[in-house]
Ligand binder design. Structure first.
Ligand SMILES: NC(=O)C1=CN([C@@H]2O[C@H](COP(=O)(O)OP(=O)(O)OC[C@H]3O[C@@H](n4cnc5c(N)ncnc54)[C@H](OP(=O)(O)O)[C@@H]3O)[C@@H](O)[C@H]2O)C=CC1
Ligand SMILES: O=C(O)CCCC(=O)O
Length: 488
């Protein structure tokens, strides 16, 4: 593909994207770099009126978008994928500037987000129906899959590119059109993705991005009858609110909500591998990931060795501005996030836990926090009950398999779980017993475009990625063909 690449300034948005137009808006809000406090850009503060216009545009565009041959939608998605990959460096810099994660992780996120676009460009061509053998000879039963229609998408700040890409790509592949609201802290990655979609030739109105007030935008998205589906990634509290708001118009809903992942290290585990897994799972994105290890259970026999090795690995993390190539942990997203981490640590220390590493705001100030390891954590402590969403590894001790499974499952959340063991019989037993949508076995990294990402219990429903990910954007229709030959 020989397209001239857009520059950083050309991809750094100041406007929203509605019906193929870049809208300036009357009021604006600043996007702040969490590492420096500097203003990265300013984007429109839009509300219900503009959201309604975007929904109408998506509805209109849906007529021709769903009528395109799947192969043509696939071709456009593939072109978009190529453009995203070609712009990796610029997109990663915008992402790090607005969100704070280290540049290497931001590059990884761009590749990860793009992988969903590539995957669903391929899946677009494979939306198969079904023919069901009928119990009567004069009937035929046929099942067809059709796009849901207009989709509203609300995404969080922790993966501002990938969380949107993995909603947009299957929706578009299925023949749906989308109105998306990115998090206020990180709208720039979303708008940059839309700019590249425009460049790829995805028609006007198919993707619309609205930035601004969450309550009024969310209110319009959930009440407007033209919206047939809401897909949300974010906190469990806001997810529950949006489910209630969608009830009046009976919209289909997908929810990727908070987790409280147990990470279990059995006596027979390879301890070095378990430490690597814990570093990946706990400290990726400074612990601001819904699938992060949140409760690390270590069996009696290896507790001391694991705690020592984990504390040593944590001490090697380099905290600082994510733009610096040496940095491996950026700032937290905001002051509220720092306060939550501090409150979890204080509560644990007050109840008898001890520090094996870190434990305080980082000397750099701002939203930087020391990577922390807490020993002697118990199930009663706040840190074991709530999602911390920060760089703190709480170590709990356990006796045996039955004990740890009971503790791991004693949570309202059910997103991800991890365990490390060398015992193959235990692999099946524990994987089946854990009450989560995803289980990592001898690994701390489970995400891929090829797998169904999602939770059970209060972590939500719906799946993103893999062929299951298409189902969230398709309605099933059944045809009953009767009286095949009326003369007989
Ligand atoms: N599952 C996950 O991946 C995530 C989990 N979390 C959890 O949630 C905690 C709080 O993070 P936070 O950013 O406040 O998460 P939120 O759930 O508040 O934010 C996620 C998205 O929802 C939007 N939103 C907020 N309120 C409304 C509303 N009333 N109607 C419609 N949309 C709304 C936000 O918009 P705006 O930014 O404009 O407020 C953002 O786009 C974290 O500490 C973490 O525990 C957070 C992010 C992701
Ligand atoms: O935190 C999330 O919401 C998603 C985590 C990123 C991933 O691994 O897919």
């Amino acid at each position: 593909m020989s397209t001239t690449l857009l520059t950083h300034d050309e991809l750094l948005a100041t406007r929203c994207y509605i019906d193929g137009q870049w809208i300036a808006g009357i009021q604006h809000f600043d996007v702040i770099n969490p590492a420096t406090g500097a203003v990265v850009s300013s984007v429109p503060l839009l509300g219900a009126t503009e959201t309604r216009l975007a929904i109408a545009a998506a509805h209109k565009a849906g007529v021709s978008w769903k009528a395109l041959p799947a192969k043509e939608r696939s071709r456009l998605l593939r072109r978009w994928f190529d453009l995203v990959v070609a712009h990796t460096e610029v997109l990663a810099k915008i992402l790090t500037a607005e969100m704070g994660k280290p540049l290497a992780e931001a590059r990884g996120e761009i590749a990860y987000g793009a992988s969903y676009i590539e995957w669903f460009a391929e899946e677009a061509k494979r939306v198969y129906g079904d023919v069901i053998p009928a119990p009567q000879t004069d009937k035929r039963f046929v099942v067809l899959k059709q796009p849901v229609g207009v989709v509203a998408a609300i995404t969080p700040w922790n993966f501002p590119n990938a969380m949107l890409a993995r909603k947009l790509a299957p929706a578009l592949a299925a023949g749906c059109t989308v109105v998306a609201k990115p998090a206020e802290q990180t709208p720039l990655s979303a708008l940059a993705l839309a700019r590249l979609a425009e460049l790829a030739g995805i028609p006007r109105g198919v993707i619309n991005i609205v930035t601004g007030d969450p309550k009024t935008i969310g209110g319009e998205m959930t009440s407007n009858p033209l919206v047939r589906k809401l897909t949300f990634t974010g906190s469990t509290g806001i997810g529950k609110l949006l489910i209630k708001q969608c009830a009046d118009t009976v919209k289909r809903v997908s929810m990727e909500l908070g987790g409280n992942a147990p990470f279990i290290v059995f006596d027979d585990a390879n301890i070095d591998a378990a430490v690597r897994g814990a570093m990946d799972s706990k400290f990726r994105n400074a612990g601001q990931t819904c699938v992060c290890a949140n409760r690390i259970y270590v069996q009696d026999g290896v507790y001391e060795a694991f705690a020592e090795k984990l504390a040593a690995a944590v001490a090697r993390l380099q905290v600082g501005n994510g733009m610096d190539p040496a940095v491996t942990q950026g700032p937290l997203i905001d002051a509220k996030a720092v306060a939550k981490v501090q409150s979890h640590i204080s509560d644990a220390l007050a109840q008898g836990a001890t520090l094996a590493a870190g434990g305080a705001p980082h000397a750099l100030g701002g939203f930087f926090f020391e990577p922390t390891v807490l020993r002697g954590v118990t199930p009663a402590m706040l840190i074991a009950r709530e999602e911390t969403f920060g760089p703190v590894a709480p170590l709990l001790r356990f006796r045996d398999e039955a004990d740890v499974i009971a503790q791991a499952n004693a949570s309202e959340a059910g997103l991800a779980a991890y365990f490390f063991t060398a015992d193959t019989a235990r692999v099946w037993r524990v994987a089946e017993a854990l009450e989560t949508g995803m289980v990592g076995i001898n690994t701390g990294l489970i995400s891929s475009e090829a797998v169904p990402f999602g939770g059970i219990k209060q972590s939500g429903y719906g799946r993103e990625g893999s062929h299951y990910g298409m189902d969230d954007y398709l309605d099933v229709k059944y045809f009953c063909l009767g009286d095949l030959d009326q003369d007989h």
